[in-house]
Structures are given as C-alpha cells and as structure tokens.
Design a protein around this ligand. Structure first.
Ligand SMILES: NC(=O)c1ccc[n+]([C@@H]2O[C@H](COP(=O)([O-])OP(=O)(O)OC[C@H]3O[C@@H](n4cnc5c(N)ncnc54)[C@H](OP(=O)(O)O)[C@@H]3O)[C@@H](O)[C@H]2O)c1
Length: 286
C-alpha cells in the first residue's frame, strides 16, 4: 500500500515524506518507528507535517494468533495508530488510516457491511485493527479511516503473485469457496486517498469509509480469474471448504464492504475487481 502511495503522489502539489521502520533499498525513505510517539512528534515538528497516511500494520493474519506475539500485534495495530493520532491532534492535523474488512465476520450476515455496523472480529488481527480504530477515535483527532479488503499490488508478497506462480507450476490446486469478499488493487485505494487529500475533500467529511473494488467473489473465483488472465490453462483448480486447510484463525465467511458512503461523499468511481486485476497483472507480466 505504501509503495502505491509513492506512485500516486508523484507530481503532487503537496510534499510527501515516505517513512519505514527499516531502510528500503533503492527508495528514498526516512526511518520512523511508529510505536515511538516521541520519534513521531519529532518527525512532525521538523517537517511541519499536516497529514499522516498510515499504511503500516501487523498484517500476518495467521501469525497474529501466536499468544507470544499478542503484545507486539496490539502495539503495531492499536497503539501505533493512537500515537499517530495524538501527534496529529497536537498540530490540528489529519490522520488517514487503513483498516480492514476483518473487523467484521463474527456475525453471520450476507449483505455488504456498512461503516456503522458493529465490529465482530473473528481473530487477533481483526480485533487489534478494531482497537486501532477505536484508539484513533478516542483521541479526538480529525481522521479518515478506510476499511479495505484483500489488497494486492505489484509490490511485496500477495495472493495474486502467489496464485500466478502456483497456477503456472502445479497440476492442481484447491482454493476455498466459502470465504466471500472483494479483492482490492492497492493502486485504486491509493488513488482514491490521494484524490481526497490532494483536493482537500476531507474537509467537513472526516470519519470511517469502506473501499474495495466493485463486485463480490470467493478466493476460488479470484484464483480462477488470476489463472485465466495469466493464461495458465493446465492447472485444475477445485473449490474446497475452509476446514480442509488447518489454520490458527477462523476467517470471515462474508466480509463484503458496502461502498455507498465513499462514493456519495467524495464522488469516487470504483473500478470492477476483474478490470483492476487485469491492470495489475498486465503490469506484473510486463
Ligand atoms: N494486505 C491485505 O490484504 C489487507 C487487507 C485489508 C486491510 N489491510 C490494511 O492495509 C494496510 C496496508 O497493508 P499492506 O498489505 O500494504 O501491509 P504490509 O505490506 O504488511 O506493509 C506494512 C508495512 O508496515 C511496516 N512496519 C512494520 N512495523 C512498523 C513500525 N513499527 N513502524 C513503521 N512501519 C512499520 C512494515 O515494515 P517491514 O516490512 O519492514 O516490517 C511494512 O513496510 C494495513 O493497515 C493493513 O492492515 C491490508
């Protein structure tokens, strides 16, 4: 997500500073550990920062279930966003934060989740992300929280890259069809955030918003489409149930996000998931 923010903000009238907890080879990055409030305050003061877009988090959903990791996951997903919110509140700035569809899922609904629906996470990742949202709100800072889902991009390790590889090398593959959501090209979300920040559309419109690509699918459908676009016809892809894959965490069966609010408030057009998938895979194949 952070890498996509770099791309969409090129040519902005604003100045963006990109930070990470470690040095990134070949990319201009300032070191900042967002679990350290004083370091954030120093960065904000030295650079006169008015808006923070937080793309950092603990994102390993299975790994978050390790009881020995709980304190660290909570620190990254709940305390760190609170730190960023405190630092922005102190300068009357804006915090833009990314959250997740996994704050939902504990209740068996089958209609798209709205922003004001009660969070019912099924695992530690979703729970700590929900705590992060609540911590931000409790500081009284101006905030935009974008809940998104099933992110992929050209960068890093993600489902699209994994399935492009597996469907080209394996004769057969089983993928779950009983978890339904919507994939999101991180570029599309980054472009939406950039539009809102660059054009100051957030003024008078702070709050929680949902953003994923348009449409609904299961991980099985997602994989079928990845294989089709990649031209990987040899792999036999079969739908299966989640309980065929032992996992430390129960993932939501249905976590489709309702995007009416973001579209109506900001006039955003959301691309259909297969169109965005084709764009990303074209870039990857090139
Ligand atoms: N991926 C998804 O499917 C998905 C779905 C819904 C919502 N989201 C949310 O979307 C956001 C972006 O996700 P992503 O997939 O782009 O995440 P990601 O690839 O895992 O990137 C997270 C980044 O945070 C950095 N980080 C870790 N600890 C840090 C610290 N103490 N200070 C500063 N940076 C730190 C990581 O650095 P290192 O790599 O060096 O650790 C990494 O660069 C997250 O808020 C996530 O919860 C993701």
């Amino acid at each position: 997500m952070g890498n996509e923010m770099r791309i969409v903000t090129e040519g902005s009238k604003d100045k963006y500073i990109f930070t990470d907890v470690v040095e990134i080879e070949g990319q201009e990055t300032s070191i900042l550990d967002i679990t350290n409030l004083d370091a954030i305050r120093k960065m904000v003061a030295e650079n006169d920062i008015k808006v923070i877009v937080n793309c950092a988090a603990w994102t390993n959903v299975d790994g978050a279930e390790d009881p020995e990791k709980y304190a660290l996951v909570e620190k990254l997903n709940a305390t760190a966003p609170e730190n960023l919110a405190i630092a922005m509140k102190e300068v009357n700035g804006l915090l833009v934060h990314i959250s997740t569809d996994y704050v939902f899922g504990g209740d068996p609904y089958n209609t798209p989740c709205k922003e004001d629906q009660k969070g019912t996470p099924t695992g530690v990742y979703g729970l700590t992300k929900l705590h992060g949202e609540q911590n931000i709100q409790n500081t009284g800072v101006d905030y935009l929280i974008f809940r998104t889902a099933w992110l992929y991009s050209e960068f890093g390790k993600n489902f699209v890259k994994t399935m492009m590889n597996l469907t080209s090398t394996k004769p057969q593959l089983k993928v779950v069809f009983d978890q339904v959501g919507t994939p999101t090209y991180a570029y599309d979300l980054a472009a939406a955030i950039f539009d809102i920040v660059e054009n100051r559309k957030y003024e008078g419109n702070t709050g929680v918003y949902h953003y994923s690509n348009e449409g609904v699918c299961s991980w099985f459908d997602f994989t079928m489409m990845i294989a089709e676009i990649a031209g990987n016809k040899e792999c036999y892809i079969q739908p299966c149930h989640s309980d065929e894959f032992p996992s430390p965490v129960k993932r939501p069966a249905y976590s489709v996000l309702d995007k009416t609010k973001i579209k109506e408030t900001f006039g955003i057009t959301v691309p259909y998931w297969t169109d965005s998938l084709k764009k990303c895979m074209d870039n990857l194949i090139k």
